[in-house]
Write a protein that binds this ligand. Sequence first.
Ligand code: LLP
Length: 421
Amino acid sequence: MDHFNYRDGALWAEDVPLTRIAAEVGTPVYVYSTATLTRHFGLFRQALEWTDHLVCFAVKANSNLAVLKLMGDLGAGMDVVSGGEYARAKAAGVPGDRIVFSGVGKTLAEMRQAIEGGIRQFNIESEPEMRALSALAASMGAEVPIAVRVNPDVDAKTHEKIATGKSENKFGIPIARAREVYAEAAALPGLKVVGIDVHIGSQLTDLDPYRQAYAKVAELTQVLRGDGHAITRLDLGGGLGIPYRRDNNVPPLPLEYGQVIRDAVGHLGCEIEIEPGRNIVGNAGVLLSQVIYVKEGEGRNFLIVDAAMNDLLRPAMYGAHHDIVPVVEPVAGSEGRSFDVVGPVCESGDTFQKGTSLPDMAAGDLIAFRSAGAYGAVMASEYNSRPLVPEVLVSGDQFAVIRARPTYEDMLARDSIPGWL
Ligand code: LLP
């Protein structure tokens, strides 16, 4: 459930009509709902209330400071994968002991930043990384908590670009090698083994891959404990999918996911961490856009809108589907027209949807791309020198611009022309 609904003939975010945001902030613009974010976070919490846990919001899904502050104030931890994300989490007021650092290529500078700023745990992805962290921590006189990310070789049954738990993926250490790696970790200075980490992919719509992966983690926990390691924490990753189409195929709910976790690892008495991103913020956001032209092509109509692939990359990059809805509520029973919805960027790949049915549209009409809160603004670029799309947060009947639209001057000011030109 989200808080984007038709009211008085138009689409609203909570108690704010999207037409008002379009008029005051302009389009394209991302709009997020506080009530939806809060509700979704609460569902994960509820799903794990049977045990000690920390829900670490995956910052990569949406890293706006206001979103992170909202999450942090609700009690969330953060899963970060870069120094930049770490800096954002800290700037949003999240204490270091609620920040988990994941990612295959942490640099020494990033590790140092997190050790100095405080860290809950590093999720280690390779032996070279583990040795580098050990040497750095020891040189700083620190002892840092670590979990080793194991690759369970499980098919997450999701898009190949976002599956991470198969042996051919670059992530984690093959689970078969885990015992040697933990033995080395225990012997290295500067490291304190606290747990095991796993993450098998994103937009999972089936709980079975989780069952398989978590069963392997449970088994490994017992084996490692037998070897003398204190495994007190399990980080079970993120990845629970969301319904991108409102009409079918609803993925499992956080509560069902929590039950899978309980069944698989509940008996071990470990503290549980999870790292959901998309499920919390995906359906808490829309991308609001305006029709520039309706162009009649050969046997097809193009709806040329002011949002483009640089603003919402997922359709071009993964062939992803985002429901497109008119902001003016369609009259029930009225005939739709078929449109190819495209952006202004000079590539045929700048196509959001082909042959989608919408009411008759005219220049100036507003549309909303649903489910755009996750991996939307964060993946945006300035391709075609289109300034980064702004972001707005709604709460009840109020809204605030949480990232302003850069002016052309802002955009140009980052470049400089060397003196010899
Ligand atoms: N933890 C780790 C270690 C991850 O790699 C990811 C996502 C997450 C948590 C959060 O997964 P989520 O709950 O959001 O599914 N850009 C792609 C998604 C890439 C996901 C990468 N890792 C997309 O737009 O679909």
